[in-house]
Design a protein around this ligand. Structure first.
Ligand SMILES: C[C@H](O)[C@H](O)[C@H]1CNC2=NC(N)=NC(=O)C2=N1
Length: 159
C-alpha cells in the first residue's frame, strides 16, 4: 500500500506527540519522586498549562508525594488534597489566605479557600481541568506549606 504523504506526516505527528507526551510523563514521574524542598523549588509554569490531557498522579506515587506535604490530607477518593487548621484570629486567617492566594496566582493554579468560624482555614487542591490530582497540585501545596502562619494547637472543642 502506497502511503500518501499526508498519512505519513500524520503518523510522524502522532509518533512525535506520543514521544512528547512520554517525555512529559517521564518529567512528571521524576518530579513525583522529589522531596518537599525540591517540590517547592518547582514551578507549575515549567509543566505548561494544565489541561484535560495533564496526566493524573498515579496511585503508586501518592504515598511518597503525601510524605512531602505532611500537613495535607489525601481525600478518600484520592482526587484532592486538603489542609485544615485554626489561626489565632480572623485577620491572621485572612493574611494567610492572601499570601497563599499570591502563590496560587504566581503558579497559575488555584486552590479552593474556606474561612469559617472566624478563624478556621481549609485549603483544598485538585486540578479542575483534569478532574483529579496532578503535579500542579503538589507543587502549589508544597509552596503553600512555606507560607508562614500562626497556627493554633489543634482545638479540642469549639470555644
Ligand atoms: C487558563 C488557566 O491556566 C486555567 O484555567 C487554570 C487556572 N487555575 C486552575 N486551578 C486549578 N486548581 N485547576 C485548574 O484546572 C486550573 N486551570
Amino acid at each position: 500500500v502506497k502511503l500518501t504523504s499526508k498519512c505519513v506526516s500524520s503518523i510522524k505527528f502522532r509518533e512525535h506527540k506520543r514521544s512528547v507526551h512520554g517525555i512529559c510523563h517521564q518529567r512528571i514521574k521524576t518530579i513525583a519522586a522529589m522531596s518537599a524542598e525540591s517540590l517547592q523549588g518547582q514551578s507549575c509554569k515549567s509543566l505548561g498549562v494544565c489541561s484535560k490531557d495533564t496526566p493524573l498522579v498515579s496511585i503508586s506515587d501518592m504515598p511518597d508525594l503525601m510524605k512531602s506535604i505532611p500537613r495535607w490530607k489525601l481525600a478518600t477518593d484520592q482526587k484532592s488534597i486538603t489542609l485544615k487548621f485554626s489561626t489565632r484570629n480572623f485577620m491572621t486567617a485572612l493574611e494567610f489566605l492572601n499570601q497563599a492566594g499570591a502563590v496560587a496566582e504566581e503558579e497559575g493554579h488555584h486552590p479552593d479557600f474556606h474561612l469559617t468560624n472566624y478563624r478556621d482555614v481549609e485549603v483544598a487542591l485538585y486540578t479542575h481541568a483534569a478532574g483529579g490530582l496532578t503535579m500542579f497540585d503538589f507543587i502549589v501545596a508544597a509552596k503553600i506549606d512555606a507560607v508562614p502562619v500562626d497556627v493554633l494547637p489543634q482545638k479540642l472543642s469549639h470555644d
